[in-house]
Design a protein around this ligand. Structure first.
Ligand code: PLP
Length: 391
């Protein structure tokens, strides 16, 4: 039977990116002790109080169909959260509650792209971005980021990539995989560029709460002047270590939220009310255990980088945010792909090759900081052993 173009476009898209991870999984299933640093799955437990609310609310009255935009309880919590974050009044009508950032990205691009429209992506980029752009027929246009500049944006390169067909720019700060947090000036410059060329800014802010040192999270949505063209996608998956709840949202202008509602309703017909109650509580509450989680990521990054210090062929910078470290293995003369494969086969450490995130990730490994310090230190030792055996 004939399938639609969308099914063919997305079929197998990017599955090769996970080859090293899949092989690592096969080996683990066969009983080999592997260290997995490949998936951005928080290892911390979510705050018990959030689970308690979900349990309590899973009851008659909160198990009906719910409004396509979201329940008032969570829309109002989002309104409070973003009003505080942006410093201006953000209304409850500026949100759509959706099952995770991934669905939010899907709704965002389906709402703004026609076939052939181009979207600027900063390369390296998160593995599913090509798919969410390609789904409605969009064309991802990768704009290189320079590893030697800490993967921060090059405005001239971004502007040079803009054509008559460019509709949007996809921003992800703090970034997966690079760990870069764009400065206020960089975000402002990107905003000016998008305004000048009348582009949407889709801002994936799923790591907004994970920022380290003197770095400060900035969003184009903070600027009232950019509100109409900005679509924020985010969730509590990473911030509250609860990806399985699939609780996320879109924030944007009230006009955009109203326009995208029909797509959301067609696709979803409303999310689970009891999970929206739990998300509202999560957004309204400060959890000390999440501060502990954040500092654990930071400590693990330091342990990893410290463990690599003695080696001349591999190096890594402290991430400015997020939950990943990029290890530069270019001096080994191996691609990230070959290095990651050898590391998995010969040393039982599973990482993601930088090439899985675009051309500019080449010669790097992406390491998820989702195992404890002891395992991170052991992984660093094995990475150095492999690097030293090459040179
Ligand atoms: C950059 C980025 N965006 C989106 C997602 C998806 O997040 P969610 O669980 O909210 O769908 C991830 C998950 O790893 C991610 O790293």
């Amino acid at each position: 039977m004939k399938l639609a173009k969308i099914a063919n476009r997305l079929s197998g898209l990017g599955s090769e990116k996970w080859a090293v991870h899949q092989e690592g999984k096969r080996r683990a299933a066969a009983g080999e002790p592997m260290i997995f640093l490949s998936i951005g799955e928080p290892d911390a437990s979510p705050p018990e109080a959030i689970l308690e609310i979900a349990r309590k609310q899973m009851r008659p009255g909160r198990l009906h169909y719910s409004p396509g935009q979201g329940e008032p309880v969570v829309l109002e919590a989002l309104s409070r959260f973003y009003t505080k974050q942006t410093g201006r009044s953000i209304g409850a009508d500026q949100f759509l509650f959706l099952p995770g950032t991934q669905t939010a990205l899907f709704v965002a691009f389906t709402s703004i792209l026609n076939e052939g429209d181009e979207v600027l992506l900063l390369d390296p980029y998160y593995a599913t971005y090509e798919g969410v752009i390609a789904a409605p027929g969009g064309v991802p246009v990768a704009v290189p980021l320079d590893p030697d500049n800490g993967f921060h944006p090059n405005l001239a390169a971004l502007e040079a990539a803009i054509t008559q067909r460019t509709r949007a720019l996809l921003l992800n700060s703090p970034s997966n995989p690079t760990g870069a947090v764009f400065t206020r000036d960089e975000v402002a410059a990107i905003g000016r560029l998008c305004k000048k060329h009348d582009l949407w800014i889709v801002s994936d802010e799923v790591y907004a709460s994970l920022v380290y040192g003197n770095n400060v999270f900035t969003s184009p949505f903070f600027d009232k002047d950019l509100e109409d063209r900005t679509i924020v996608t985010s969730s509590i998956s990473k911030s509250h270590a609860i990806p399985g709840f699939r609780c996320g949202w879109i924030a944007g202008s009230a006009e955009f939220a109203a326009a995208a509602l029909s797509i959301t309703e067609t696709m979803l017909f409303g999310s689970q009310s009891f999970l929206q109650d739990a998300t509202a509580f999560a957004l309204d509450t400060h959890f000390v255990e999440l501060d502990t989680m954040r500092s654990a990521y930071q400590t693990r990054a330091k342990v990893l980088i410290g463990g690599l210090k003695s080696c001349k062929t591999v190096s890594a910078r402290m991430p400015e945010g997020g939950m990943f470290v990029m290890i530069d293995v270019r001096k080994s003369g191996l691609s990230g792909e070959v290095f990651a494969r050898k590391l998995m086969l010969e040393h039982n450490v599973v990482t993601m090759p930088g090439e899985s995130f675009g051309r500019c990730g080449a010669g790097h490994l992406r390491v998820a900081l989702t195992v404890d310090e002891t395992q991170i230190a052991e992984a660093a030792r094995r990475i150095v052993t492999l690097a030293n055996s090459i040179h």
